[in-house]
Ligand binder design. Structure first.
Ligand code: HEC
Length: 110
C-alpha cells in the first residue's frame, strides 16, 4: 500500500513538470538547430524564412502539419529558400521535434 501511494506522488509530480520541461528541451533544440535561420525572436534571420510570430503565419497551422514540415522540410511555391528536414540536423528525434514545436507555440504563438 505504501508503494502504491508513493507511485501516485511520483506520477503526479512528473505530470505537473512535463509541460515546463518540454518547452525547456525545445528551447535547447531551437538554440542549437533553428536559431541560425529563424532568429532568437522567431521573425527570421535571413530573407525567405517564415516569420513564426505572425498571427496568421506558420503557427496558425495544426500541430500535425507543423510536425510534418519540421520533420520532412518544406518549400512554398516560389520561396527563395527551403526549410531543411529536421532543420538540417538528422539527429533530432520525434520527441525533440514535439518539444521544439511546444517551444515555438509558447515563445512565438499568439
Ligand atoms: C537553413 C535555414 C533553416 C533552418 C536551420 C530551419 N528552418 Fe524552419 N524554415 C526555413 C524556411 C526558409 C522556411 C519557409 C519555407 C517555405 O515556406 O518555403 C521555414 C519554415 C518553418 C516553419 C513553417 C512551416 C510551415 O509549414 O509553414 C516552421 C514551423 C519551422 N520552419 C520551424 C523550424 C524549426 C523548429 C527548426 C529547427 C529544428 C528550423 N525551422 C530550422 C528555414 C530554416
Amino acid at each position: 500500500m505504501r508503494y502504491v501511494n508513493l507511485l501516485w506522488i511520483v506520477l503526479i509530480s512528473t505530470t505537473a513538470l512535463a509541460d515546463g520541461n518540454t518547452v525547456a528541451a525545445g528551447k535547447a533544440v531551437y538554440s542549437q538547430t533553428c536559431i541560425a535561420c529563424h532568429g532568437a525572436n522567431g521573425k527570421g534571420a535571413i530573407p525567405g524564412v517564415a516569420d513564426l510570430t505572425a498571427s496568421d503565419g506558420a503557427l496558425s497551422k495544426s500541430d500535425d502539419e507543423l510536425i510534418k514540415s519540421i520533420s520532412e522540410g518544406v518549400q512554398s511555391a516560389g520561396a527563395p529558400l527551403a526549410m531543411p528536414a529536421k532543420g538540417g540536423n538528422p539527429a533530432l528525434t520525434e520527441a525533440d521535434i514535439k518539444a521544439v514545436l511546444a517551444y515555438l507555440r509558447a515563445e512565438f504563438g499568439t
